[in-house]
Write a protein that binds this ligand. Structure first.
Ligand code: 2PG
Ligand code: MG
Length: 438
């Protein structure tokens, strides 16, 4: 096709942008944006929300002074999208994602997207991309990645919740299973579910009925106090399901900023106060004793140096993932790469606010041989686009909670459908997406 008609293809022009307030998986309001093109392509997306948010994330705009929804409403953000943002985007070419995101950033005019709100911007940015894909008649992962979009991700499934996601005393926020030693995504999901059932039975038997209540991401929130208790439970569940560490490994998200005392400069974990050096030794010990392949946010999000030290010491054995550390921000990621801090990045579109910047962060990471993990938030909405992003951007890894609760399963189920769509073209990463085989 010649270039000239491309520009003249008005089907892709944005015809309308409409925002509304809906609620997320915690019952909190969030903004949903719908974009329609002149060729009747429709894209719709809603901003998820974190509980353990990084300090440097794009600003989540909420109506603090409005009593409705206890000050958590997003009415102002909705109004801004329906008026200002809609006016700015209507008529633009929905395929020109980078131009559109630039326009959104300029329109906002603040360094952390606080005027219009990162939540409003991410919902708009993603909805535009989804509308363009729909106008083409392409599945979203194909629109994002074309023929290279054929790598299904290994799921990191959070089946024991602690930290800010649960009402228990576990300092570590997420205890995940990683069914990586299989040949396909569908097998990984099946194995993950089987371990989840066994964990439920084990917890009920050992800790009583209350132990099978679940936290924000659908993982169990048993009344445990110590890190090792949770790890032992995972190991038991994996064994009882008939697997070992050659099939199912373990990943942690410490979300350590949430148990760091910035004044005393200590980490409160397992009833102790640890210095960062002591905490590092504690992680080293855990990695020796358990089949741990990945540790996210092991330290406070300002301390790039200790991330670098940990990467030097055990980065060849385990993924060290920056989430609150990098907040999907290309600038913070570049700084981390230059210092050798971490060797993987958690990728959350709403942390940075636009799809373009998310893609940029993934590209920088991949070029630097950092692993990339597409991720949900603890407060989610029943949308599946991040599943497509994982395949489209070939991240090889996805983190989207327990294989339970609709706002999590919608992502897993989407990956099943993508795998089916790709058929024999689909690939699944080998265990070597992690630094070593456990
Ligand atoms: C995390 C996320 C998602 P939250 O820390 O990785 O699991 O939690 O959305 O609360 O920041
Ligand atoms: Mg995290």
């Amino acid at each position: 096709m010649a270039v000239f008609p491309y520009e003249l293809d008005f089907n892709f022009r944005i015809f309308g942008v409409k925002a509304r307030q809906i609620i997320d998986s915690r019952g909190n309001p969030t903004i949903e944006v719908e974009v329609v093109t002149e060729g009747y392509g429709v894209g719709i997306f809603a901003a998820p929300a974190g509980a353990s948010r990084g300090m440097y994330e794009a600003w989540e705009k909420r109506d603090k002074d409005d009593k409705r929804f206890a000050g958590k409403g997003v009415y102002t953000a909705v109004k801004l999208v329906n008026e200002e943002v809609a006016q700015a985007l209507v008529g633009m070419d929905s395929r020109k994602q980078f131009e559109i995101d630039k326009r959104l950033i300029e329109l906002d005019g603040t360094p952390n997207k606080s005027r219009i709100g990162g939540n409003a911007i991410v919902a708009t940015s993603m909805a535009v991309a989804l509308a363009a894909a729909d106008t083409y008649g392409l599945p979203f992962f194909k629109y994002i990645g074309g023929l290279r979009a054929n790598l299904l991700p290994v799921p990191l499934m959070n089946i024991i919740n602690g930290g800010k996601h649960a009402g228990n005393e576990l300092a570590i926020q997420e205890f995940m299973i990683v069914p990586a030693g299989v040949d396909s995504f569908s097998d990984a999901l099946r194995v993950g579910c089987e371990v989840y059932y066994e964990l439920k039975a084990f917890l009920k038997e050992t800790y009583g009925l209350n132990a099978i209540n679940v936290g924000d991401e659908g993982g169990f929130a048993p009344p445990m106090k110590k890190t090792e208790e949770a790890l032992e439970a995972l190991v038991k569940a994996i064994e009882k399901a008939g697997y070992d560490s050659s099939t199912v490994a373990i990943a942690l998200d410490a979300a350590a900023s949430s148990f760091y005392d910035t004044e005393k400069k200590v980490y409160r974990i397992d009833g102790k106060e640890l210095t960062k050096e002591e905490l590092l030794s504690f992680y080293e010990e855990l990695v020796e004793r358990y089949p741990i392949v990945s540790i996210e946010d092991p330290f406070f999000e300002e301390d790039f140096e200790i991330f670098a030290e940990m990467t030097r010491r055990i980065g060849t054995k385990v993924l060290i993932v920056g989430d609150d550390l990098f907040v999907t921000n290309p600038e913070r990621l570049r700084k981390g790469i230059s210092m050798g801090a971490a060797n993987a990045i958690l990728v959350k579109p709403n942390q940075i606010g636009t799809l373009s910047e998310t893609i940029e962060a993934v590209s920088i990471a991949q070029d630097a041989n950092y692993r990339t993990i597409i991720s949900h938030r603890s407060g989610e909405v029943e949308y599946d686009a991040i599943a497509d992003l994982a395949v489209g951007l070939r991240t090889g890894l996805i983190k989207t909670g327990a294989p339970a609760r609709g706002e999590r399963t919608i992502k897993y189920n989407r990956l099943l459908r993508i795998e089916e769509m790709l058929g024999s073209e689909s690939h699944f990463p080998e265990f070597k997406v992690f630094p070593r085989k456990p």
